[in-house]
Write a protein that binds this ligand. Structure first.
Ligand code: GUN
Ligand code: FE
Length: 476
């Protein structure tokens, strides 16, 4: 087929079973499918293989059958240096930071170490099917530069930021406010839009506890000036919440601290968001601030269970993040599984609480206005709110389309669609079932089969990336 002017020529066809999310409860599926990839690394056409092979004859074909081709996964929140301190259980957030994380991050003062850890991080992420990530480095400008360098070498798509912290931090990580702003802006100038646009800058005030109001306010201005992203943590842990309350006594709530600084908005990703009052949810919705749901981390640090229904009812964009090293795995397949399980944990505890309250119903009824009082108690406890049970398909949607929307990249990545980048992952399906499975059932098996050996190849902008870049032949 002739290439229209201004469009790159199609150079390769990938054949396999295509699975791509179209809505939280809808999947597009082509059993014998084909991606036609052009010379610029974008998907030129998606469809069934016989049709596209006819349209684009005489091109090299990579035949992945019986493997499935999925859009690349997008990790919306992780810490590169913490890859060196994963799975250290036993503490809640604040003591965990002190005991393991701050010392681990201090080691990023050595650029060689930072480069080595960053290389391992991206290699492991690509091997697990992650093609894009929003990431924290450390306070070190040179260490952050090494993280960008490793991302560029690896060919991954990423937004990365130098962590900013100018108070309540160990001396070796505590920055001068002006220097933190200056170094962040210099990194933004160097890396925002680098590597043919695959790399972007994310201003990264760590969280309100370690950031002065001046640092947060000036950061918001810089991000606006440069059109860069902003990432931070919000309402992850009750002790964190209490400390923020003491430090910012005039703020109406935790979200209000960030609102006051000008940090909320469509280019901002807030991680966690577990302990929010209705007014805070409303504020996130009004400002179109995005959320990184980090279910594994929330379990690991005993932080709590995210209330996805609050975000869904307000139309807030939610993606998934591994939050490595609080998350014990760099695999977005593990994270999708955790998001499913977290919703079930919330469902089970709310049902049990509802049952316990219901046992008092007849005693309420005996009181004057008892029924109304019962209703108010149930409402205050949140027991009449809907719980969103996350299906594997919904988790897949959040890990691709949701995270892409959160990064403002929904036209570029997250789906297998003509015009988007050819960022995709090839997954060995489980052994064939005797029964015919529906596409959603097949996806369930893929999402819950988190062993990285099932990932045969990972492509970013049409090029194989990561340690399996040579490709692993699919099993018959
Ligand atoms: N809050 C502030 N810093 C961190 C961090 O490094 N990890 C997590 N999970 N929460 C944080
Ligand atoms: Fe985090």
């Amino acid at each position: 087929m002739a290439t229209p002017p201004g469009q790159a020529a199609v150079t390769r066809l990938h054949r396999g079973r295509l699975l791509s999310p179209t809505a939280p409860d809808r999947l597009s599926h082509v059993a014998d499918g084909c991606l036609a990839v052009d010379a610029s690394g974008r998907i030129a056409a998606v469809g069934d293989f016989p049709t596209l092979a006819g349209q684009f004859p005489d091109l090299p074909i990579t035949d992945w059958r019986p493997a499935a081709i999925l859009p690349g996964l997008i990790d919306l929140h992780a810490h590169i240096p913490q890859y060196a301190a994963m799975a250290l259980d036993g503490y809640d957030l604040l003591p965990w930071l002190q005991r393991f994380i701050y010392p681990t991050e201090a080691a990023f003062a050595d650029p060689d170490h930072a480069l080595a850890v960053s290389r391992r991080f991206f290699s492991a992420a690509l091997a697990r099917g992650t093609t894009t990530a929003l990431l924290y480095a450390t306070v070190h400008a040179e260490g952050t530069r090494m993280a960008f360098r490793a991302a560029e070498e690896a060919g991954v798509r990423a937004a990365i930021g130098k962590v900013m912290m100018d108070r309540n931090s160990p001396p070796e990580l505590c920055e001068d406010t002006r220097e933190s702003l200056r170094a962040s802006e210099a990194l933004c100038a160097q890396w925002h839009g680098a590597a043919e646009g695959r790399l972007r800058y994310a201003f990264t005030p760590r969280f309100a506890i370690t950031c002065s109001p001046e640092l947060m306010g000036e950061t918001a201005k810089l991000a606006e000036e440069h059109g860069a992203l902003i990432q931070t943590h919000l309402a992850e842990n009750p002790d964190e919440l209490a400390a923020v309350g003491r430090m910012f006594p005039s703020a109406p709530h935790y979200t209000g601290v960030y609102a006051e600084a000008g940090l909320l908005g469509p280019r901002t990703v807030m991680a966690h968001c577990l302990y929010l009052a209705p007014a805070e949810w409303d504020l996130l919705a009004e400002t179109t601030t995005r959320i990184a749901h980090c279910a594994s981390s929330n379990f690991f640090l005993r932080s709590g269970v995210f209330d996805l229904a609050q975000a869904r009812t307000r139309g807030i964009t939610v993606g998934l993040g591994t939050d490595v090293g609080a998350g014990p795995s760099l695999s977005m397949f593990d994270e999708m599984q955790s998001a499913c399980f977290a919703s079930r944990a919330r469902h089970a505890t709310e049902r049990a609480a509802g049952d316990r309250l219901a046992a008092f119903r007849s005693e309420f009824a005996a009181l004057p206005e008892g029924e109304a009082l019962f209703g108010r108690v149930a409402a205050r406890l949140g027991l009449q709110d809907a719980v969103t049970l996350v299906s594997p398909l919904h988790a897949f949607y959040m890990a691709t389309v949701g995270s892409a929307q959160a990064l403002g990249l929904e036209r570029e990545i997250g789906k297998l669609e003509a015009g988007t980048w050819a960022d995709f992952v090839v997954v060995q399906p489980p052994p064939p079932e005797a029964r015919e499975l529906t596409p959603a059932e097949l996806l369930s098996q893929i999402v819950y089969r988190t062993d990285p050996s099932a990932i045969l190849a990972t492509y970013v902008a049409g090029a194989p990336r990561g340690p399996r870049a040579g490709g692993v032949p699919p099993l018959p």
